[in-house]
Design a protein around this ligand. Structure first.
Ligand code: PDD
Length: 295
């Protein structure tokens, strides 16, 4: 595939240097390439200001600790890098992707010697809002078994499970999936999933079976300030089937409604197959939070 010229010329960050993407090269023996041995983050930027940056840096730290990889930058170092990268694009709203891998070493499964340098890569892109049709009509979803590993709490660059789940969804003719493990809801291919029943929001536990999105804490805060009851507990497949609303959250999709599941409309009455009242409250609260935090 030939990359578009705009992308080839875009400034990226690689191991201490800002340079055009076309000149950014990594060794084929990088452990990110060979083993998927690395961690990443995706941060939304609004008005050139990162949204909930501290929480993203906290999660980065947790993921790095879990795979015993030293954080190559200080907190201020990350903030400076991202600010500088965001300044290379004219767009006020962007999303920044950054990843750290265990660096270049001979192909051995065990960790390389302690002095191996990590590989640090970062790229920013114009923020792509959820298309209007999906914003207004909601996402179509399919149910899939969660076939990923048991450390989904680590934001690892080993994403084959997510890639296959997304592609299976697209092949089924829908936008995305909700996944289940042992009969319980986990998450979507690259987003968290929430259900609403009788005005109350339910979210799966923050355990090793899901990635705790940065929107987890935010949803809880927004629920509290909007007077929406909120409970974190295991959610059965039958409860998802009977939900009044399904919500999907991530840095790139903010909060969006799921409106069809396995071909059936989600919800009841006037809102069957349409984004519901709780979704609308969260969406409005999200836009407020963006204004409050990023101006
Ligand atoms: N994905 N669960 C999974 C498996 C994810 O990959 C993501 C984010 C989330 C939501 O996390 P957050 O609210 O912090 O974005 C949950 C990002 C956007 C991605 O991989 O592109």
């Amino acid at each position: 595939m030939t990359l578009p010229a705009e992308l080839l010329n875009r400034t990226v960050y690689l191991n201490g240097e800002f340079l055009p993407l076309k000149d950014a090269k990594v060794s084929v023996l990088d452990r990110g390439f060979i083993f998927g041995d690395g961690i990443y983050e995706v941060v939304a930027i609004y008005n050139k200001k990162p949204f909930r940056m501290e929480q993203h840096l906290d999660r980065l730290e947790r993921s790095l600790d879990k795979i015993k990889l030293k954080n190559p930058l200080s907190r201020q170092g990350w903030k400076d890098l991202i600010a500088k990268l965001a300044d290379t694009l004219p767009d006020p709203d962007q999303f920044v992707y950054f990843q750290i891998t265990r660096g270049v070493a001979p192909r051995d499964f065990g960790f390389p010697a302690a002095d191996t340098d990590t590989t640090l890569f970062a790229i920013t892109s114009p923020f792509k809002p959820v298309p209007q049709a999906q914003r207004e009509g909601g996402l179509t979803l399919t149910k899939l078994p969660d076939l990923r590993w048991l450390r989904c709490d680590i934001k690892s660059v080993s994403l084959l499970g997510a890639v296959l789940a997304k592609q299976d969804s697209l092949d089924a003719g829908v936008d995305d999936c909700v996944m289940f493990r042992d009969g319980y809801l986990t998450e979507s291919s690259s987003a968290n999933v929430w259900i609403v029943k009788d005005g109350k929001v339910y979210a799966p536990p923050r355990d090793n079976l899901i990635l705790e999105g940065i929107r987890y804490g935010l949803m809880q805060e927004m629920a509290e300030s909007s007077g929406i009851p909120f409970e974190v507990r295991r959610i059965t497949e039958a409860e998802v089937d009977a939900a009044d609303e399904v919500l999907i959250t991530s840095a790139t999709r903010e909060v969006v409604a799921g409106t069809r599941l396995n071909g059936k409309a989600i919800g009841r009455g006037d809102y069957a197959g349409k984004p519901g009242p709780v979704y609308h409250k969260f969406y409005a609260a999200y836009q407020e939070a963006k204004k409050r935090l990023c101006g």
